[in-house]
Design a protein around this ligand. Structure first.
Ligand code: S3P
Length: 427
């Protein structure tokens, strides 16, 4: 296919969750524009309402949040499919003096939670497990103490939960991580005037004695959602695509760095700042020559952790082998992404294997044909839908509805970027 036109990806999922939570904790009414309308963000909004915050409906237009002192919820807090909601809210609840029970859907109830509950317990929160290292969990926060902690995995969710516990419990936290994970929470806290420092990778946060002020925030487009559109343009046979208003925070743009190594350049224009986050418009064109396989190093993984499925799809069209080092965390995402990427690539005729914590993909020029099991994982559905845009492809997805988690308009946007002016219509 050929591509053309302009697409604006949905609001950044990570920033949307954080903005809602901080607005719910602030004094007064905050206004959030460009918020993601995906199911995960709706889960956060719903739980915050159960806790007493007045959050307007998450749909088109500005969302208003009237913060308040959070209070005992009448029922369980259901986080749906959203790991970010569950883990960050544990941090928010750690500083509250009432009990609350968090749960989620079957996928979320399989995901590990001790990475958050262990350090929160060390701060003084009481947390009861019903099913071992998983949801449901009942947390009763209270008087917390300061914490200095090194996270065993580079996880922005863990780091953010601890920063939120520091905020709601009014105690200092210092966090180190093996590799730098996305820093949206740090940027937002700084943007709101909080006292936070980064000393050679050690994040030190000393919450201010006064309540957070209400704020206005415009949320950039999600770089992880944009990655699917950019990949479709790189794989296309001609044309040019403009993807507007994309967050280009360097802790999120590993995808663009790897794409460059594979031989595809995405141009960044109109670089600007939105609420402490860098934003740009991106111009993508088909790769000028065949893509090249590459090695993705462990230190790069946090900067592209959600882009491994789409990078693996690109690697399946690149010359030679691509290796992804130390991507074991993918086993505990919305699905066992590590095994499912390899199995689904094999299902469409690509050599791929997960060995230990590494993933290997060998490129081919054969059109992909076969059935994809998405396991209702939104990023698997979108990555393999992009593979299905190749000439001669016959890629059937087990379901498509999961894209509503992070990118409700995905299929409409993917259709819109096809240039059908050549007269050749694609299915
Ligand atoms: C997120 C962090 C990442 C990412 C997830 C969103 C966040 O998870 O995979 O989609 O908003 O903090 P980890 O930090 O657990 O790797």
């Amino acid at each position: 296919m050929k591509v053309r036109g302009t697409v604006r990806p949905p609001g950044d999922k990570s920033i949307s969750h954080r903005a809602l939570m901080l607005a719910a904790l602030a004094r007064g009414t905050s206004e959030l524009s460009g918020l993601l309308t995906g199911e995960d963000v709706k889960s956060t909004a719903r739980v915050l309402r159960q806790l007493g915050a007045d959050v307007s409906s998450v749909g088109a237009g500005t969302v208003t949040v009237r913060g308040s002192r959070l209070s005992t919820p009448a029922s369980r807090l259901h986080c749906g499919n959203s790991g970010t909601s569950a883990r960050l809210l544990l941090g928010v609840l750690a500083g509250q003096r009432f009990p609350a029970t968090l749960t989620g859907d079957a996928s979320l109830r399989r995901r590990p939670m001790r990475r958050v509950t262990e350090p929160l317990r060390a701060m003084g929160a009481h947390i009861e497990e019903a099913q071992g290292d998983a949801l449901p969990l009942t947390i009763r926060g209270g008087r917390l103490h300061a914490l200095t902690y090194t996270t065993p995995v580079a996880s922005a969710q863990v780091k953010s939960a601890l920063l939120f516990a520091g905020l709601t419990g009014s105690v200092a936290v210092t966090i180190r991580e093996p590799y730098r994970s996305r820093d949206h929470t740090e940027r937002l806290l700084l943007h709101l005037g909080q006292n936070l420092r980064d000393d050679n990778g050690a994040i030190s946060y000393q919450p201010s004695a006064v309540k957070l002020p209400a704020f206005r925030l415009s949320i950039p487009g999600d770089a992880s959602s944009a990655a699917f559109l950019l990949a479709a343009a790189v794989l296309a046979e001609g044309g040019e695509l403009l993807v507007e208003h994309v967050g280009v925070n360097p802790t999120r743009t590993g995808f663009l760095v790897v794409l460059e190594r594979m031989g595809a350049h995405v141009e960044r224009v109109n670089l600007r700042d939105e609420g402490g986050e860098p934003v740009a418009d991106l111009i993508a064109r088909p790769a000028p020559a065949a893509l090249r396989g590459t090695e993705i190093a462990a230190a790069e993984v946090p900067t592209l952790v959600d882009e491994v499925p789409i990078l693996a799809v690109l690697a399946s069209r690149a010359a030679g082998e691509t290796s992804f080092r130390e991507v074991g965390e993918l086993r505990v995402k919305e699905s066992n992404r590590l095994e499912l990427i390899a199995a689904n690539l094999r299902a469409v005729g690509v050599e791929s294997e997960a060995r230990g914590n590494d993933l290997f993909v060998r490129g081919t020029t054969q059109p992909p044909r076969g059935r994809i099991e998405t396991a209702r994982d939104h990023r698997l559905a979108m990555a393999f839908a992009v593979l299905g845009t190749l000439p001669g492809a016959d890629v059937r997805l087990s379901e498509r509805a999961s894209v509503a988690i992070s990118y409700p308009r995905f299929f409409a946007d993917l259709r819109s970027l096809r240039d059908t002016r050549t007269g050749k219509r694609e299915a």
